[in-house]
Design a protein around this ligand. Structure first.
Ligand code: BGC
Ligand code: NOJ
Length: 810
């Protein structure tokens, strides 16, 4: 069942009912000011850090779900309703929510009044704009009482949720222009040099800044007393819960339309200029910001700038084919989600509270794969930030904090795949840009400037960290965990509330990871190539030799007969073998070993992928392991804490399905690869939204597996490595256009049903138009570049500014 439709021309998803199976959200903002907005106007905004500079309050896990947002209450002849349906839930005659790239427009209509609410964060500004257009489509004159409402968060979102003994006494506001501008200045009197405001570009009939006065102490958000009375109470908050609400009297003749612009802004003031007068905040910067958005034409211009910004970004990779679902995913929604993961990492979504995790070392490098072609200069900066948190021995903090860019001591290190992801990220960046200079960039260890060395040296330490930490079979030691955060082989936890990932209470050097081995073999050629470029021929030779050695080890001690083993545990027992009763096979090593080319010649790769098909594939995607763990195993860790079919315990991890998809293309099975992709690609799941439940325009991290009670139900949409990996799978491998060190590689391996398609790729300043005649059979393509046949699959990089035409038959 569908709950809306794609409007590809407008680059929007249009939700046609407020009653979607879960809140379907969007993100506003791309620089410093960000907002989450659901199709019911729920959500919140923050400046840079979702925990430390939260502007609007949001209660997770609330009843009903998704309350708290930007609400406009309309009192029409005594009846109160919202264009966003929530929170009054008053029936609407029409409803529509259009989530677009960086903006959302919600329109509700009741008894002849049409109210359209456009929300966006204008580029370059620290503000959320709410433009409300009211139109009287009825035959009668309307005398509407309209009330805006937002609730302020007292900045630190964690403290705001927990420290009531203090917070109920600290709230402070100021009121200006009879209530047209309402300021939130809690803690400004002491250490904060920032405040927020909510303004409307019209004369108001009244205002409210105190929640209890607006709602009533025992009222729900859907039964607020001020809108019901049709009159603001001009309340001035003192402690408790400050809000901002404007009261507007809006008279509309039949056919008449009026537009109001509300600006919700964030202001930082230099400390010495904080006060206009004792106790009165300096409002000058707020006035300047307000003046930029006081007219609808200014909002139109901001919308135009946003659209141009996205057109430019998206033009770096686009496709034309007969499959509209494929087109919209590649051209619009997948890159859009990749940019959101770039901005948010794993901080704020409807599954991540914005008060928890910092930026992951592994996550950030993976995310980079999806956004490097969109914002290469920002990818460069990100790489330097990440590498600066590495330790001298090559290991890495698992997370770092975006505001300070420092490694996070609470989470610590010891995830032994982390170092290799840095090589992954840097190689992807150089492939895209050709900027080998980044390897000479001086980068410190653990943010200590005295330790700075060229970035290449960081890669070297990463590579050698694996070699310095091999276990009894010569496979890499797993440490606290590898990619699978929940396979905790050195943590034997019997105590509730103990973190599986930070409780490394075993220090043995036995637990080994076949996944890291595959990864090591996979990145070795890139590392060797970069070493050679830097003139370290011996190092390159060594890297290749070590990779060959590791390949042999994997084929000997990492092979189970029909598939690759997953790991050896603390006691040296095999994990992911037919000899066990639970978790006989895992997805990760099958994907990573085959991507690395292990067993491609000897037939093991094909066998492993056939085993995946037989044992892990389901109608909704490929599960992580099978059979699931049914009991808690103290020596295996968090994975066994999940009920069968959920998350890492046999859930469909959409993040590592693309590894199998890519692996299938490595052995030339494009049809199967495309089939797998369609099972998890959101646009293809639109028709089953009642089962899948999450947004049909973005990937979710996990879909419940075949052993779960709710097979097919997704969780954790938006902020997941799934976005980047699927973009790589579809654009680099299925459609087959990927930048390489020496040229653009064109090697499609796409399902035959797609037939002809054209990819337009901008890279290093040139544009490539690649027309593919795709039979679906795979194999080495026949290329004609600007009229001349070229052997192999590499199109040499052209001069910046040129356009290259490629004909490809495969
Ligand atoms: C989740 C993992 C996640 C980890 C982060 C676990 O509970 O299952 O997916 O990576 O927490 O710490
Ligand atoms: C989510 C984490 O963000 C990611 O780093 C990890 O690899 C997966 N979970 C699997 O555990």
């Amino acid at each position: 069942m569908r709950f809306g439709y794609f409007d590809d021309k407008a680059r929007e998803y249009v939700i046609t009912t407020p009653k979607t199976p879960y809140p379907w959200i969007n993100y506003l903002g791309s620089e410093n000011f960000f907002a989450l907005v659901s199709h019911r106007a729920g959500g919140y905004c923050f400046y840079r850090d979702a925990r430390l500079r939260r502007l609007m309050r949001y209660r997770y896990n609330n009843v009903p779900t998704d309350v708290g947002g930007r609400y406009f209450y309309i009192n029409d002849g005594g009846e109160v309703w919202n264009p966003s349906f929530a929170p009054t839930n008053t029936a609407l005659d029409a409803f529509e929510c259009r989530h677009g790239l960086g903006y959302t427009r919600i329109t509700g209509e009741r008894k002849g009044v049409r109210a359209s609410l456009l929300m966006l964060v204008p580029q370059g500004h620290t503000a959320e704009i709410h433009q409300l257009t009211l139109k009287n489509n009825s035959e009668q004159a309307k005398d509407l009482k309209v009330f805006s409402l937002i609730e302020w968060c007292l900045w630190n979102a964690y403290d705001d949720m927990t420290n009531y003994q203090r917070n109920f006494s600290t709230g402070e506001v100021e009121v200006e222009k009879n209530g047209a501008t309402l300021y939130h200045k809690t803690e400004y009197r002491e250490r904060r040099d920032h405040y927020a405001f909510y303004n409307v570009n019209a004369a108001v009939a009244g205002y409210d800044t105190d929640r209890e006065s607006f709602l009533g102490l025992y009222n729900e958000w859907g039964e607020p007393q001020v809108p019901a009375a049709g009159k603001s109470s001009n309340s001035v908050a003192s402690g408790w819960q400050p809000i901002a609400s404007h009261g507007l009297d809006v008279k509309l003749a039949p056919g008449e339309e009026k537009t109001f612009v509300f600006t919700l802004g964030y202001i930082e003031v230099p400390r010495e200029q904080k006060w206009a007068q004792p106790g009165i905040i300096n409002k000058k910067p707020a006035h300047e910001l307000i003046a930029k958005f006081s007219k609808p034409e200014q909002v139109d211009a901001a919308m135009k700038a946003l659209a141009d910004h996205w057109s430019k970004l998206l033009s770096n990779y686009s496709i034309e084919s007969s499959d509209e679902k494929l087109n919209r995913t590649v051209n619009i929604w997948n890159p859009y989600q990749c940019m959101v993961t770039f901005n948010m990492s794993r901080s704020a979504s409807y599954f991540e509270t914005g008060i928890g995790r910092g930026m992951g070392f592994r996550d950030s490098n993976q995310d980079l794969l999806g956004f490097v072609h969109l914002v290469p200069e920002r990818a460069r900066e990100r790489i330097i930030d990440i590498a600066s948190t590495q330790f001298p021995d090559g290991s890495a903090y698992h997370q770092y904090q975006p505001l300070t860019k420092r490694g996070n001591n609470d989470v610590g290190s010891g995830f032994n795949d982390d170092p290799l992801w840095l090589i992954f990220g840097v190689a992807a960046y150089i492939r895209e840009t050709g900027d080998y200079g980044i390897l000479d960039e001086q980068v410190p260890f653990d943010n200590d400037p005295k330790t700075a060395v060229p970035l290449f040296e960081h890669l070297k330490r990463s590579f050698h960290h694996v070699l310095n930490n091999l276990g009894p079979h010569g496979l890499p030691l797993i440490g606290r965990a590898d990619w699978n955060d929940c396979l905790n082989l050195n943590c034997f936890s019997e105590t509730p509330d103990e973190s599986f990932q930070t409780t490394g209470n075993r220090t043995g050097r036995t637990a080994e990871s076949v996944f890291i081995a595959g990864m090591f073999v996979g990145v070795a050629p890139d590392y060797a190539y970069l070493a050679e470029k830097k003139g370290f021929a011996d190092e390159a030779k060594k890297a290749r030799a070590e990779a060959a050695k590791m390949t042999d080890v994997v084929l000997k001690d990492g092979w189970d007969g029909e598939w690759f083993l997953r790991a050896y545990d603390f006691f040296g027992k095999k994990i992911g073998t037919k000899d066990n009763t639970e978790a006989q096979i895992f997805i990760e090593p099958q994907g990573f070993c085959v991507m690395a080319g292990i067993g491609v010649e000897g037939g093991q790769a094909k066998k492993a992928l056939d085993s995946v098909k037989e044992r892990l594939d389901t109608k909704y995607g490929i599960v992580l392991n099978n059979p699931p763990y049914t009991k808690y195993h103290v020596e295996i860790g968090e994975i066994t804490s999940y009920p069968p079919g959920y998350k890492e315990n046999a859930g469909i991890f959409c993040h590592n399905n693309p590894w199998i998809i890519i692996a299938e293309t490595v052995i030339g099975r494009g049809d199967r690869a495309f089939e797998y992709w369609k099972k998890i690609a959101p646009a293809y799941l639109e028709e089953q939204s009642e089962i899948h439940r999450l947004e049909p325009y973005v990937y979710a991290q996990m879909i419940a597996g075949k052993d779960a009670v709710r097979h097919g139900e997704a969780k954790n949409s938006w902020l997941t490595g799934t976005a980047a990996w699927n973009f790589v799978a579809i654009s680099h491998y299925l459609l087959g256009v990927r930048p390489d060190f020496e040229g653009l590689r064109v090697h499609p391996c796409m399902g035959g049903e797609v037939g002809k398609f054209t990819v337009t790729r901008k890279c290093r300043g040139a544009e490539y138009r690649i027309h593919v005649k795709n039979s679906g059979k795979g194999g080495v393509p026949k290329l004609v570049v600007d009229g001349k046949p070229v052997a192999g699959d590499l199109v040499p990089y052209a001069k910046a500014g040129s356009t290259v035409i490629v004909e490809c038959e495969v």
